[in-house]
Write a protein that binds this ligand. Sequence first.
Ligand SMILES: Cc1ncc(COP(=O)(O)O)c(C=O)c1O
Length: 353
Amino acid sequence: MTTMLDATRAAKIANPGHGDTFTDHMFSLSYSPDRGWHTPELQRMANLSIHPGMIGLHYAQVVFEGIKAHRQVDGGVAVFRPWDNARRFRASARRLAMPELPEDMFVDGVSQLVAADQDWLGDDPAHSLYIRPLLYGSDISLMLRPSNEYRFLVMAFLAGGFFGDNVESVSVWVSHEHSRAIPGGTGNVKVAGNYAPSFVAQKQAQEHGCQQVVWLDPIERTWLEELGGMNMFFVRGTGRGAELVTPQLSGTLLPGVTRNTLLTLAERLGYAPREERISLDQWRTECRDGRITEVFACGTAAVVTPVGQVKDAGGDWIVGDGRPGPVTLRLRKALVDAQHGVGGDPDGWTHRV
Ligand SMILES: Cc1ncc(COP(=O)(O)O)c(C=O)c1O
């Protein structure tokens, strides 16, 4: 029996995919108004027993995070920038009228889980542990109100590449019909309710032969915002003169931890990164006249993923020669190196478990 389990696990580790190779444990913590945060527990991964009338299930009073842990060059394991996710988790909870989990408790839960399940991580540099902290309203009530009680869970899965293990360019489709976020809404935080409404546009992108959807701003439908569940970057020029631009945080974009990391790394590599508004028309025109040479998406799951082709109702176009460009690959390497502790940790980004 043990041998069969070991064989199943080995097969999963050899080919983890993205999203369903869960590790052995989960961390759990509860909240109630009278006891505060209580009963921290590391337990075996198991099904939950929930009442069908639970608030989180009906009204999406649910927030989550996405973080990765990586095998380090010295053989240890470290979580990448968990304090930044802890801060964003608090902001997300605040937006949904939920209690804000103290950042040290968040990082402690993540660390306990990673410490328990780090053996899932071999030394394949393409593999990481994707960690998913989750907080949901657990009151049993269908009254339209915030929950009083909450449960915080941390789980993890072994991740291969989000778009496969090789760095290949993806094609993207521009949605003119749907918006991801609206002013005054929840686009700048990571709440569960942001994601189900994006699925229909994602399906349309796939029907057009594309891997991801491009989100435009919801008012003028002119300005580029995000790519599926990722931030985006544009490279203008080539070689030493290359410059990096990313859409500015307008309130409807998620402030990605990867985006922030790349802004720092790009500065260091001499790409003079800027945050500015950039329109769909600019993207098309500047690609055609050669000013924009590369485009890529970034996020915890996607790392840095080159964009090779854009499909749009107004006409399709290719970015550069359609293949991963040198600036994209250089930044990707700088990010992956930082995650794996290559060259030390000058920014204090890695959190050892
Ligand atoms: C909508 C959206 N944008 C961008 C990102 C990238 O953020 P991060 O780099 O923190 O993973 C994510 C993923 O969390 C996301 O869901």
